[in-house]
Design a protein around this ligand. Structure first.
Ligand SMILES: *Cc1c(COP(=O)(O)O)cnc(C)c1O
Length: 388
């Protein structure tokens, strides 16, 4: 399958057929597997073969999903996880030890920020944040204890784009691991391993499912590192359910088609609302006005499905906009076939002070639109009527 193109791999990489010769891979809802002899079971536990043992470890459905993701991201190995956060936590906790230090982009996903600021200090793991505008300044933050550089690009919800080539060079020169949350781009738009990332993580809950049905996550990268993470997860138990893995693997069959349409619709919305008199700014990686436009066009195939804009009227105007939407729903999810709107200042980021929010690019009037697959004119019409 390695010689086939992205679309073909996403459809044709399948688990081996069972004796029933099914065309579409069935759901393997089984918690454990049986062995013909005691010696067969011994061999499986001694890692002498890769037989299935127990679904906390591996399962045909999770294997199919992971193998397909490895092909799509160009990774040597991977491990599935119950959610994006469990993928992130298992990776960091599996690789870090007490005393270690992490350097992360300042606008990381909210729950990842909480891991760094609330939980890691309990285990003596510290962090520093770098500004997406100045990745070269990461070098000033490196200490003898630094082990990982962690970033998202584009970031959620500030839509900053971080130069993977620049950060990867710094990581290599300083023998640090580069971990990238590739959730917003998906492997269809950007493959961080090509730029030198050691580990790529996804919340599969978003574009990989793409229809707002299941939670899931996956960690991909170098075999040695992934194995360490796998062994930690196999003991601590954040396993992906076989049913969710089956849904996610099926969803990958249409990822390229969906992403093309998400990107087309999002670019249309961003272009149409840019310059609207009630908006302070519109942010989308493939708009020429985006401060990181040149990086975006270098490392991404298209701009992705998320558009943000900020209302001049601030907090109240942001909330009003949300209440006036008719078709587009208020929800914290993203990457769905349905267009979704979020007002971070009054929801996902309400616990931060206005100053803390502003420092990571979240203005009081910021609206995040996860542009769906509906007809782009219907999406635009709803946004325009809510702005009027
Ligand atoms: C949603 C999200 C996560 C967390 O994923 P869950 O599946 O909700 O646990 C992590 N990173 C980014 C960028 C996300 O958008």
């Amino acid at each position: 399958m390695k010689d086939k193109s992205f679309e073909t791999q996403a459809i044709r990489a399948q688990h081996n057929r069972s004796d029933n010769n099914e065309h579409s891979v069935p759901v393997y809802l089984t918690s454990s597997f049986v062995f013909d002899t005691a010696d067969d079971m011994r061999a499986a536990f001694a890692d002498e073969n890769d037989a299935f043992i127990y679904s906390r470890y591996t399962n045909p459905n999770t294997n199919e999903f992971v193998n397909k993701m490895c092909l799509l991201e160009g990774a040597e190995a991977g491990v599935a996880s119950a959610s994006g956060m469990s993928a992130i936590y298992t990776t960091l906790a599996g690789l870090l030890s007490s005393g270690d230090h992490v350097i992360a982009c300042s606008s990381v996903f909210g729950a990842t920020h909480t891991i760094f600021t609330k939980y890691f200090p309990k285990w003596n793991i510290s962090h520093s944040y770098f500004n997406a505008d100045h990745p070269e300044k990461i070098t000033e933050l490196i200490t003898p204890k630094t082990k990982i550089i962690y970033l998202e690009t584009p970031t959620n919800p500030a839509i900053e784009v971080i130069d993977l080539e620049v950060v990867s060079k710094i990581a290599k020169e300083n023998k640090l691991l580069l971990v990238v949350d590739n959730c917003f781009a998906t492997p269809f738009l950007q493959q961080p391993i090509k730029y030198g990332a050691d580990i790529v993580i996804h919340s599969a809950t978003k574009y990989i499912d793409g229809q707002g049905r299941v939670l899931g996550g996956v960690v991909l990268g170098k075999k040695e590192l992934v194995n360490e993470i796998y062994l930690f997860g196999r003991i601590t138990g954040p396993s992906l359910s076989p049913f969710n893995a089956w849904v996610l693997s099926k969803s990958l069959e249409t990822l390229s088609l969906r992403m093309e349409r998400h990107c087309e619709n999002a670019l249309y919305i961003a272009t149409e609302v840019e310059g609207h008199p009630l908006l302070e700014f519109v942010k989308y990686p493939f708009l020429k006005s985006h401060p990181h436009y040149n990086i975006a066009i270098k490392q991404m195939k298209a701009g992705g499905g998320i558009v943000t804009f900020s209302l001049k009227g601030g907090f109240e105007a942001g909330k009003n906009f949300m209440d006036k939407l008719k078709m587009i729903k208020i929800s914290p999810n993203l990457g769905d076939s349905r267009t979704i709107a979020t007002h971070p200042a009054s929801s996902t980021h309400c616990k931060l002070s206005a100053q803390e929010r502003n420092s990571v690019g979240i203005t009081d009037g910021l609206i995040r639109i996860s542009v769906g697959l509906e007809n782009k004119k219907d999406i635009l019409q709803d946004i325009l009527q809510a702005l009027s």
